[in-house]
Design a protein around this ligand. Sequence first.
Ligand code: AMP
Length: 558
Amino acid sequence: MTKTSYTKLVEVYEKISNTSSRLEKRDIISDFLKEIKETDPEITYDITLLLQGKIFPPWSDKEMGISTQLIIKSLSKLLGEKTKTIEDKLATVGDMGEITQELVKNNKQVTFFKVPLTVTKVISNLRKTESITGSNSQNKKLNFILELYTSATPLEAKYITRTITEKLRIGVGEGTLVDAIAQAYNMDKEIIDKAYMLSNDLGEVAIRAQESEQSVKNLTITPGKPIKPMLAQLSPGIKESINEMEHVICETKYDGIRVQIHHYDGKTKIFTRRLENVTNALPEVVEYIEEALPNKDFIVEGEVIATKDNKPISFQYILQRVKRKYDIEKMREKIPLKVFLFDVLFFDKPIAEKPLGERRKLLNEIVTPSNNVELSTMKIVTPLNYIEAEELFTWSIDAGHEGIMFKDITSPYSPGKRGKNMLKYKPVRETLDCVITGGTYGKGKRAKFFGSYLLSLYDEKTGDYKTLVHAATGMDDEMLASLTERMEKLVITRAEQQVTFKPEVILEVAYSEIVESNEYETGYSLRFPAIKGLRDDIGLDQVDTISKLQQMIELQNN
Ligand code: AMP
């Protein structure tokens, strides 16, 4: 057995960065994993993490807690360079990794003897920084990184920095790693993918794949390790969704935050949908859950909402609770919480792969509801009694909730997947006030009119407008004609059917979701945009901004 040098891994990083082909990246990683299996199999777990630019698995709430400032300080100490000089470089170059490489390369202080770094040395020094807290913690952390930089080659130093800053920049996503693991150990991609979904730990998947296929298949959901939540698609409409799924659990959609609650070894932990551990911020949720469920190992999922006089209040309040680090007892009184449970993924044994109907039945059996913990209100519907879903929708809205969900009663829990087995249906659509900056003439009967408008938001940073979406639906014939007449006077340029306008007219546009897009200057676009009307009542200074867009994205993702 050899101890794998860090240089070996760095060479792999470089090879991966030098190709843009996903398949080549996969092959490079797969070859490396095969080699490690022969030469140093004990580091497969760490290698898999380091290839993701991580030193702890995604389910862990451990963090290095090393700021860029501390890296700058340690480089300055090591190389006798002023911190200001390094900061200035960072402002122009932008990548702390490149700067580290350059600084170490130009280092005039001769080191006579360098101990070659091993992969294990690098990851264990970085991990040690996690447990350091207290008064002198930054200095102690600094010593661990200094030790690494002292022995590092310039290229190694670059990747040490990139690992610390969690910006590896080698262009490897989870999908490529899953493929590479499957290829390296000669297994079906589906087997690897499923094991990853259930464990949320590619390192663990790789070690087991190194052992045997059976070992990978045995890997499953475990209390204490949060998994990515199953996500919902938009429902096109109540009737359509029920017709498609046929046998549906229809539930109230609550306007709070999604929580995955793990109970094991007598302890309870609460994770958000981004797998952040928020147990300390929500102490009463821990109490409520421990009262409502037996003291066994379990994972349940639900929505926590903020209440006033036992009625739901805006989502903003629960956000305040989750973000809060101090005065939690005070907040607990100010913003009371309530939990609605809707799924169980583990109870004494893993059950995430069982059909939803079975999981929900179990949830009914194990939860003793109270004023603080309830099961989500639900009805089982089919195309024959879809009216009951409409009734539930009306009831949910009247009770101050957000809408309803449709879930296929036969479906297993698919972590991290946004599929057709879970749909969300909301009545009100969000809107943005955008300025019209472009337009396209319609076709046929509408050829004289602008049939579609290019809408933009104000960018406070640059002081100009950035494009967001083309909106065409929502205008009646009268609006089509009158708006065209008005816009013709504002045309700046024409190219065939397309025109640009002087920004002056503001439209309110409703949408169902903000999505990433490289077609528009904001980097985003709107799904199902519909023009709601003119906003002649507001001025250009009130057009919605890029930061408003960012806020809406944050709300949408919570
Ligand atoms: P999305 O986040 O886009 O997948 O939309 C679904 C979100 O609705 C979930 O993440 C939950 O936070 C929330 N939600 C509210 N009530 C329910 C429910 N009964 N079942 C599932 N999700 C719910």
